[in-house]
Design a protein around this ligand. Structure first.
Ligand code: PEP
Ligand code: MG
Length: 590
């Protein structure tokens, strides 16, 4: 039993939990060289072989599952990975490092992988790049097993598990969130990374940017832990008074949520009688129930790439797309369901569809660019979307658009698809709404031109902030520069909404800042009357709208857009909103 230790991170997904910490590593990178004694060499080799055997078993289970649920062809991917782990020359090479250098197996494995990789790199061939990915993937399993705990063993931990990881991909978060995991603590990341967005979707409290926590517990099993995703506190080995405090907090939270739920079906109408549509962002199909229960005015963003990420390594079929879209559309009828075409690439890696490795993927083949580059793959989605128009109010939205040609090209492909569907006798509605995300400064600046091409805008501030302030949305080291209230942002929001209004098209905002009730007055002051937020936040945002008088907010925003520093903005907003009886949402901070 250790001593109570507190860590500070960034609160990324609200709520507090008490559980048992399970440490995992998802990166093969931070492996340290640990010298061992000569007398320990045999045991180290045996430890390596055990980890390899466990990994082979896991890989074949995974292969079986993919074979049953998806296809045998895809299951074949795991063959190549297993073959590496059974290759005698590979195993000998690792053993050789352990013996010659008297080092730990993890280090020996990493050395071997680098040597093989260097050989692959010398020969510039596509199939070897794939082999290299297979090798790394297989070795990640071995490293996890060497470190004691593997993702697939989680169900064996009794009670509620809090994952403490160096990093987590969105798909790992989805998978873990569906097991007995109740909290995430991640050493890297920030509030708007896709992994934390997923944590919020699953309703799992998360704290990110907690440097060094794994070092404290990596060699200990099931450490008691408290995670507070609201204020970013993580406590290891909490003492009895701390545990009591958090148990009480959990009860209070439950009570507050129930109260909020009671008001969720009330409309979001401001004190001066203006209605605001509060829609829901959906990442996982299971969230649609919450969206309806919490009184959302439709789906404001369905991140369809998660359908792919969940099915990966398979690509979803046309019928799977259609069935899911139908489900979303019918669940929120008569409200619209805005379905965004795949926003793959960037950090939402699409191994099956990316042909090359990119130096800087966030500025690379991402979103609409990848869709248009691979119409063979994405036509499946476009066909499904157009077929789904018969089920109700479907609005189709394009991600990461930077030039109007991308919208026109999409329309051209959509025309082609409609001709095909007509020939095949499949029904669809031709007059669906097409919109674009505005999430790149270039698109914001030409939003007057963009508005002529589409029926609606949705402002993606998660990326708009990242790209306009040159702040990586996943990087905890620059998290304090990631400022939704930066005057540049406020000016852009005003410009986009005003351009949309002049063109007579709809505009909403679906970035994470819309889910923060403290920022609602700013968004309304920028002219927005439609926002899309995580389903659980719908009732608080609707309540916040009901507390506000919209008249006058435009002037408040105008003033903010001309204040030079974050501190000045904070002070000004404090002075404006503190006098209003708005409870917990009284102040606004950048
Ligand atoms: C955004 O960029 O604000 C957005 C909603 O898209 P995503 O978070 O999926 O990049
Ligand atoms: Mg985005």
């Amino acid at each position: 039993m250790g001593e109570m230790t507190q860590f500070e991170g960034l609160g990324a997904a609200d709520g507090a939990v008490i559980g048992k910490a399970v440490c995992i590593s998802t990166r093969i990178a931070d492996i340290f060289q640990i010298p061992i004694l000569e007398s320990e060499i045999d045991a180290e080799i045996a430890r390596f072989h055990q980890a390899v055997e466990a990994s082979v078993v896991e890989l074949s289970k995974m292969q079986e599952r993919v074979g049953e649920e998806l296809s045998n062809e895809l299951a074949g991917i795991f063959d190549a990975q297993t073959l590496f782990l059974q290759d005698p020359s590979f195993l000998r090479q690792v053993e050789h490092h352990i013996v010659q250098e008297a080092v730990n197996a993890e280090w020996a494995l990493q050395e071997t992988v680098s040597e093989i990789q260097a050989r692959f790199d010398e020969i510039d061939a596509e199939h070897l790049r794939e082999r290299s990915e297979d090798l790394k993937h297989a070795c990640r399993y071995v490293v996890r097993n060497l470190r004691g705990m593997h993702l697939h063993q989680l169900s064996e931990v009794k009670g509620e598990v809090v994952i403490v990881a160096d990093d987590l991909s969105p798909s790992d978060a989805v998978r873990l969130g569906r097991e007995n995991v109740v909290g995430f603590v991640i050493e890297h990341g920030s509030r708007t990374s896709h992994t934390t967005i997923i944590a919020r979707s699953l309703g799992i409290p998360a704290v990110v940017g907690v440097a060094g926590i794994r070092r404290q517990i990596s060699d200990q099993a099931e450490v008691p832990i408290v995670v507070d995703g609201g204020d970013g506190h993580v406590i290891l080995w909490p003492d009895p008074p701390t545990l009591e405090l958090y148990r009480q907090r959990l009860k209070d939270n439950e009570r507050r949520e129930l109260q909020l739920l009671e008001t969720s079906l009330l409309a979001a109408v401001s004190k001066d009688g203006i209605e605001v549509k509060v829609m829901a962002n959906i990442d996982l199909p299971e969230e649609i129930g919450d969206a309806v229960r919490f009184g959302a005015a439709g789906v404001g963003l369905y991140r369809s790439e998660f359908l792919y990420i969940e099915k990966s390594p398979a690509l979803p079929t046309e019928e799977e797309h259609v069935a899911l879209y139908r489900h979303l559309i019918e669940a929120v009828a008569p409200h619209p369901a805005i379905i965004r075409t795949y926003d793959l690439g960037g950090r939402k890696i699409a191994r099956e569809v990316m042909e090359t490795k990119e130096e800087n993927p966030v500025l690379g083949l991402r979103g609409i660019r990848l869709t248009l580059a691979r119409p063979d793959i994405f036509k499946t989605q476009i066909r499904a979307l157009i077929r789904a128009t018969i089920f109700g109010e479907l609005w189709i939205m394009l991600p990461l658009v930077t030039i109007v040609e991308e919208i026109r090209e999409f329309r051209r492909v959509a025309e082609e698809v409609m001709e095909e569907l007509e020939e095949e006798g499949l029904p669809f509605h031709r007059d669906f709404k097409l919109g674009t995300m505005i999430e790149v400064p270039g698109a914001a600046v030409i939003s007057d031109l963009m508005a002529k091409e589409v029926d609606f805008f949705s402002i993606g501030t998660n990326d708009l902030i990242q790209y306009s302030l040159a702040v990586d949305r996943n990087n905890e080291h620059v998290a304090d520069l990631y400022r939704p209230l930066h005057p540049a942002l406020i000016r852009m929001l005003k410009m986009i909404t005003s351009n949309a209004r002049h063109a007579g098209i709809e505009v909403s905002l679906c970035g994470e800042m819309a889910s923060d009730p403290r920022l609602t007055p700013i968004l309304l002051g920028c002219g927005l009357r439609r926002v899309s937020v995580s389903p659980r936040q719908v009732p608080s945002i609707k309540r916040r709208v009901r507390e506000l008088t919209i008249e006058g907010l435009e002037q408040v925003v105008e003033r903010c857009a001309h204040l030079s520093t974050g501190e000045e903005v904070d002070h000004y907003l404090d002075s404006v909103f503190q006098s209003e009886p708005v409870g917990e949402a009284g102040t606004v901070r950048s």
